[in-house]
Design a protein around this ligand. Structure first.
Ligand code: 2PG
Length: 240
């Protein structure tokens, strides 16, 4: 049995300003870093074997704070960030095979990035609602299939997240590793997770309406207990 821990990044500087952020790489605010520290405390007693984050700094910061402010979580290992998608001018600068006995990998991949908000990125959410109407903005933000102008729908986001989850993360869970994923509101707002050809892993049995209404708090870990097949047999939200 393995544990899957999901955490939405702590508050970013643009969350604080109520701006559409998407793929814009905005760091955590002071409050966001404090939220990640609190998440780390709430995870005391839990043990993580491998971590996955998006490529965005707010998720990476959250993961590193969670894993370094509480020694127990890594079981004494050193977390090492491993970029799965090096930049075009990468010259092997972070090349290192690693030592699994001493190090805990934090894999970063754009597949876990926030939903791409296209032309809305950088705009204030309240100003945008005043300009286009609440209903339209709510559709862009929370409907399942509607894309914001030039951006991704929740469905588009979910497809890339689930494909990555199945190929990279699920094998770790099946092998019994406890996994921490630090990512984003829309990349964690999964309706279901498929396992191979069939959907056998319904972490939360949510309808499309329920999934779009789901709001994840920043910096609050959600722990799923999984059975050997990867099905959810328990869920705990660590918010107190
Ligand atoms: O701006 C964003 O990237 C996201 C998360 O903060 O916003 P929303 O809540 O509208 O999905």
């Amino acid at each position: 049995m393995a544990q899957l821990i999901l955490v939405r990044h702590g508050q970013s500087l643009w969350n604080a300003l109520n701006k559409f952020t998407g793929w814009v790489d905005v760091p955590l605010s002071e409050r966001g870093r404090a939220e990640a520290t609190i998440a780390s405390c709430r995870l005391s007693g839990y043990r993580v074997n491998v971590c996955f984050t998006s490529k965005l700094i707010r998720a990476i910061e959250t993961a590193t704070i969670c894993l370094t402010e509480n020694d127990d979580i890594c079981g004494g290992k050193i977390p090492i960030i491993k970029h799965e998608q090096p930049d075009a001018d990468w010259r092997g600068w972070d090349s290192y095979d690693g030592n699994p006995a001493e190090e805990l990998p934090i894999f970063t991949n754009a597949a876990l990035d926030e939903r791409f908000y296209g032309e809305l990125q950088g705009l204030n959410k309240a100003d945008t609602a005043a300009k286009y109407g609440n209903e339209q903005v709510q559709k862009w933000r929370r409907s399942y299939s509607v894309r914001p102008p030039g951006g991704e729908s929740l469905e588009d986001t979910q497809q890339r997240v689930v494909a990555y989850f199945n190929s990279r993360i699920l094998p770790h869970l099946r092998a019994g590793d406890n996994v921490l994923i630090a990512a984003h509101g829309n990349s964690l707002r999964w309706r279901s997770l498929s396992f191979g050809e069939s959907i056998i892993m319904m972490l939360d049995r949510l309808s499309p309406d329920e999934v779009t209404a789901l709001e994840l708090a920043t910096g609050v870990p959600i722990v799923y207990e999984l059975d050997a097949a990867g099905g959810s047999i328990g869920k705990q939200i660590l918010n107190d």
